[in-house]
Design a protein around this ligand. Structure first.
Ligand code: RUG
Length: 812
């Protein structure tokens, strides 16, 4: 028997009996317990292993197919992954949901109870991390050979508690009870160096020897990433930092200096301790850069190891490998690959540079200057001395190229340099990422256009063909099939089958059902049932949701001004014909972002005031559930009527919550920003509430000397709302928010207030005409097909990665 051919795998049973037998044997042999004493945790772990085994069998066949075809691979490098809960997804993707429900019932548990024990790995902050998770899902669904690389943070995104005192952060020890979904692979451990110095190599001017001052080990574990409706199972490989054996100081321990004895080990292991440590301190920044290099160094060595399993010739590396950099966080991979090729594999510089440039591609996710990373030269010099030398050479050769193209244009050279000189010498990671890659993309049409016209305009002049757009997308499996099973079942019934889950444009077929009154009734009852399940407020009220990270550019403050104005209007006319609304906010603020935390506190306080008010509370309710994460999003999104996408135009790169809400039949109120523009173009102007300045008008307003006070003085309702916030009734936090809006109003909230309230009046008019609203809702779902991440991945595959699918032969 040739085990390398994958022959010899015992087929895992497909019948209920066989599933139950497998569950029992996992309970006995892998969990080491018995039916009589099995706890819910035992049942959860055992079920997870039983489901995982089915995916692992597909994984074995996937690996065999990939090995045989020696394909071009996509490697996705991302500092963040928000994978969401795994059990329900893996039941769906392995087609074992019914078998599992029956089997755990026989053990005395309900599947729902066990799903509650499935903790989501919160290894990301927001949209960027969730995008990475959607893309790996779609890569597998599209049968593209791929590995996602990331960091296995011990503590994920903090657990948030909201009270009237604002946001409190608690550590998220997500794997405290273990994580049945991952496979540790200590044999693939890598060694990572930091600090130290470099030494010349006699006779080889391009090469250097780097002698690191600290060594840390990177230990991988992987989680399975199944494709939907296919046999492909890819992996996400996550690295944990481990101290080397030598870092434990036995002599100090023996001398009773216990803390000192483990100090070095603790320092090493801190690298993967926490997602994004607070970078407002010098130490925090250094740790963050360490994380980035740790991810990159481990992953590149793993990629090279994989390449060498089937290939020998370096000239084939770029043909077999594309490495996508998810934002600038992993950009240090560019000098690291150069270092490996030049210093360790002894390629000459120009050959190595050709390979490097052809291997990488870079996705930019922002336009905000403060989000474009730069690192102090002296920090890189200290932590990664060889990389700084390499960056200098890359920069010198690059600026020579610029000089040749634009002779005498010193200003352009200064603007484009990878090194910023003033006020402090820093490495501009976005410039390095553009110079060292073959393709650069933005994440929505407007974003890609603004990147070319503003932030990266000089680079787009130099290399116009390098710049592309790939509009983001979302996984329809997670964000409608799992999140909204009632609506998914209705859609499947309406369209005749569930093939829309792999071909989301098929949702357009719903348009022909819109004239069917019973279909519309069922659509409406499902939305209502989802609201009842969410239990956030009156299910017959307009459920108005703003769910996303807290950031001033996203403008939760604009929504708050709207809430305060509604409150004041109700008070002015308690007998008015008010549309009852439940306004739901959810989201986290970065722990050191004080203005965003102020907003959270103010919203919570205003919400409590309204709740205690007998005049307003029958019509207006503000709810703010704690700890927004993927799991909570899956509950809120199906219940939403109105989707708030109200960032200042030109600031939100794309947004993906906007897509999830539209897909679930929420109607958007939004600005011409990010992917809102593409959503509106598809769902139709009549099914989208547009308001506000566009990106060019917003930029112009600042140039023209924007005065927020002028808006305050000319609009009595706006004045009343801001005065109420600043009146003292809401304490210092109300003062701070009001005076920041009146003083500078960075994101032109006051300029867009009146247009926003007018658009909200149109929302209420449409809502009162219930039939019109349901039609709008259905049309939003019907025309959201473009926003599937399967389409996003197909775009990357065709235009950036140039990869082909490798189907895994199906076995019954
Ligand atoms: O803010 C952006 C979102 O607009 C976008 O949808 C998401 C995925 O592309 O990425 C978010 N993002 C940007 N997260 N971090 C950054 C900073 O670079």
């Amino acid at each position: 028997m040739d085990l390398r051919q994958g022959i010899g795998l015992r087929k895992l049973g497909k019948t209920a009996d066989e599933f139950q037998q497998d569950l029992l044997s996992n309970l006995y042999y892998r969990r080491g317990t018995t039916v009589e004493s099995a706890s819910a945790r035992d049942a959860y772990e055992t079920l997870s292993l039983t489901v995982r085994d089915r995916l692992a069998e597909r994984r074995a066949r996937t690996a065999a197919a990939h090995y045989a075809s020696n394909p071009r691979w996509v490697y996705y490098l991302s500092a963040e992954y928000l994978l969401g809960a795994q059990l329900e997804q893996n039941l769906l993707y392995s087609g074992t949901g019914n078998l599992a429900a029956e089997a755990v019932k026989a053990l005395g548990f309900s599947l729902e109870d066990l799903e509650d024990l499935d903790v989501e790995p919160g290894l990301g902050n927001g949209g960027l991390g969730r995008l990475a998770a959607c893309l790996v899902d779609s890569l597998a669904t599209r049968d593209i050979p791929a590995v996602g690389y990331g960091i296995r943070y011990d503590l994920g995104i903090f657990r948030q508690i909201i009270t009237e005192n604002g946001q409190t952060e608690l550590p998220d020890d997500w794997a405290f009870q273990g994580n049945p979904w991952e496979f540790p692979a200590p044999d693939d451990r890598q060694t990572v160096g930091f600090y130290g110095h470099t030494e010349p190599v006699p006779g080889s001017p391009d090469r250097k020897v780097w002698v690191p001052g600290e060594i840390v080990l990177g230990e991988p574990s992987h989680m399975l990433v199944p494709g939907y409706g296919t046999d492909t199972v890819n992996i996400v490989r996550l690295w944990s930092a481990k101290a080397s054996e030598a870092s434990f100081d036995l002599s100090r321990f023996s001398a009773g200096q216990y803390a000192e004895a483990v100090q070095e080990a603790v320092r090493a292991e801190n690298i993967s301790k926490v997602l994004y440590p607070d970078d407002s301190t010098e130490l925090g920044r250094e740790l963050r850069l360490k994380q980035q290099y740790f991810l990159v160094s481990c992953s590149l060595r793993d990629i090279i190891r994989r390449f060498r399993l089937r290939n020998e010739d370096w000239s084939e590396f770029a043909d077999k490998t594309v490495i996508q950099l998810n934002d600038t966080h992993p950009t240090i991979a560019i000098p690291e690959l150069m270092r490996l090729l030049v210093d360790e594999y002894e390629l000459d510089w120009s050959k190595a540079w050709e390979i490097t440039r052809k291997t990488f591609a870079y996705t930019c996710h922002t336009l905000l200057p403060e989000a474009l990373e730069t690192w102090p030269v002296r920090l890189i010099e200290k932590l990664l001395p060889r990389h700084l030398e390499i960056i200098y050479v890359i920069n010198m050769l690059f600026l020579r190229e610029v000089g040749a193209q634009f002779p005498g244009d010193q200003d352009r050279i200064r603007r484009m340099s990878i090194i910023q000189e003033e006020p402090e010498r820093r490495v501009r990671m976005a410039h390095l990422a553009v110079v060292g890659t073959e393709a650069v993309n933005g994440v929505a049409e407007l974003h890609s256009k603004l990147l070319r016209e503003t932030v990266l305009d000089d680079f787009a002049d130099l290399w116009p063909a390098k710049f592309q757009n790939v509009t983001n997308g979302i996984s329809p499996r997670r964000f409608i099939r799992i999140a909204n099973p009632r609506l998914s079942d209705l859609i499947t019934e309406g369209l005749g089958d569930d093939s829309w889950l792999r071909d989301l444009e098929k949702l357009a077929g719903l348009e022909s059902l819109i004239g069917d009154a019973s279909f519309r009734d069922r659509w409406q009852s499902i939305k209502r049932a989802n609201k009842v399940a969410l239990a956030a407020g009156d299910p017959d009220s307009l459920t108005d949701v703003m769910i996303k990270r807290f950031h001033e550019y996203k403008r939760q403050q604009l929504k708050l001004l709207h809430v305060v104005t509604l409150y004041q209007r109700i008070h002015a006319n308690p007998a008015g014909d008010w549309v009852p609304r439940t306004v739901l906010f959810a989201g986290k603020a970065a722990p050191a972002y004080h203005a965003a935390k102020d907003l959270i506190q103010l919203i919570a306080t205003v919400g409590a005031t309204i709740a205690a008010d007998p005049v307003a509370s029958p019509y207006l309710k503000v709810v703010f559930p704690s700890n927004y994460n993927v799991t909570l999003a899956e509950k809120i999104i199906p219940a939403a009527d109105l989707s708030e996408q109200i960032s200042l135009a030109g600031k939100e790169a794309s947004g993906t919550g906007n897509m999830k809400l539209a897909l679930n039949g929420a109607v958007t109120i939004g600005t011409l920003d990010g992917a809102n523009i593409e959503i509106r173009a598809r769902v139709g102007e009549d099914n989208f509430f547009l308001f506000g300045l566009d990106a060019y008008e917003a930029a112009q307003a600042r140039i023209n000397g924007y005065q927020p006070r002028a808006f305050y003085e000319h609009d009595a309702e706006l004045r009343a709302a801001i005065d109420a916030l600043g009146s003292g009734a809401f304490g210092d936090v109300g003062h701070r928010v009001a005076s920041s809006l009146l003083g500078w109003d960075e994101y032109l909230t006051l300029a867009d207030y009146r247009a926003y309230l007018d658009a909200q009046a149109q929302v209420e008019e449409a809502w009162r005409d219930r039939d019109r609203w349901i039609r709008m809702s259905i049309l939003n779902t019907a025309h959201s097909g473009f926003f599937s991440s399967d389409r996003t991945v197909a775009d990357y595959a065709a235009r950036i990665w140039r990869v082909a699918p490798v189907p895994v032969p199906h076995e019954d």
